[in-house]
Write a protein that binds this ligand. Sequence first.
Ligand code: TYD
Ligand code: MG
Length: 445
Amino acid sequence: MAKEKIHYFCTNCGHEESKWQGKCPNCGEWNSFAEQKISKTSKGNKIKAKNSISLEEIVVEENYRYNTGLKEVDQVLGGGLMKGSSVLIGGEPGIGKSTLLLQIANSINSRHRVLYVSGEESASQIKHRANRLGIRGEGIHIVVDTHFESVIECIKEQKPELIIVDSIQTLQSDEAGNIPGSVNQLKYCCNALIQETKEINASIFFIAHVTKEGIIAGPKVVEHMVDTVLYFDHSASQIRILRSAKNRFGSVDEVGLFSMEENGLIELKDPSGVFLTKRDNGLPPGISIGAILEGTRVILTEIQVLTVPAKGATSRIFSDRVDVNRVSRVAAILEKHGGVKFSDRDIYINIAGGIKINETGIDLPLALALYSSRIDMPIKEDLISSGELSLAGEIRVVPHLERRVKTAEEMGFKTFILPEKVKKTSLDIREVQNIKAAISQIVQQ
Ligand code: TYD
Ligand code: MG
């Protein structure tokens, strides 16, 4: 006999507690706890031991990857969609998740059977989107249902090779309580769908909405169940960024870049310069350009800094695109080795286009932007830099300098401040070993 026990889960991060909590001790979210019934098998049941197998005897099936029809998506997935894998794709409502998946369904369906499970939109709404995207839709089967057990029946009957669930939060099983979108429902439906698709060797995409409010459980609670977790994020107006937060079959560093156009998502073939702004009268003080590595590609980014006298007793840093600790460290290095003071200043940081950067190569351009803002002196617009800063004020080499220089050359830059010489380039390379030398390059420019 199965006994039921109540446990509580945070709908934001999935943290489990035996008692209800007002604030999640793990992620700090308020009122995010929801109850879940857990079945416990009583001791009386006999459990049969499973046979083990020698590692040597295991025969591995050759990996097969689907080409999704979008190179950017294939790259983020680590070279295409792995057959039999499960992918969670999260993002805010309206970001373009359904559009992206319909486009993927369209390019896969000519070779493989696709089932699109919609719990959000009616068949005519999906057709309307397909018309807009110029998709005829032969071979894409749509099932509009939120009843989990009916969806499973449909999968068993049709045996599709690719399943798209839009969205996982709308599915409701008879077995998992009566609140759609609850942690219990989300975990149950996701887990059972993964089992079912594994049985028929299909691949599955789960669309999940990311909302800050705790009413609908966030995709975090099912992240550990799937093979790959992607997040779809927006940047400058219509630019969309696809990032991988977990990937069992590839790196998590790759990003995919798209533009949301009138007729769907278009891949950005040459995204190196999309985040740069053209100006007629040079750069204002506080702006510096850096060559940053995003996965395997170089993206040129504009780092904007504003420093103003501190409003409170202590100085503060406002930065949601670059880690605050990095900004704080670079500002401290500049105070010690660059002769400028920030301890009485509030610092505001932004990256043009809204892209988030977490690459060490941003240290040097960030330091130059901070310096430029602090002494109110502009940096020349055709100057670019890359490098990591040590606490002693030295500039360290970052990976793929040649590629960074080549991209900057293609985008029309003239001078590159770097910690090491690079061969075969028409750019004026200024090799600098420490932050002091880098500053003197922008001062005497
Ligand atoms: P959608 O894919 O429905 O987003 P999600 O599934 O993440 O909620 O996309 C919704 C937005 O995208 C909507 O504001 C309209 C816009 N859009 C375009 O700009 N071009 C298009 O071709 C399509 C289909 C949508
Ligand atoms: Mg949608």
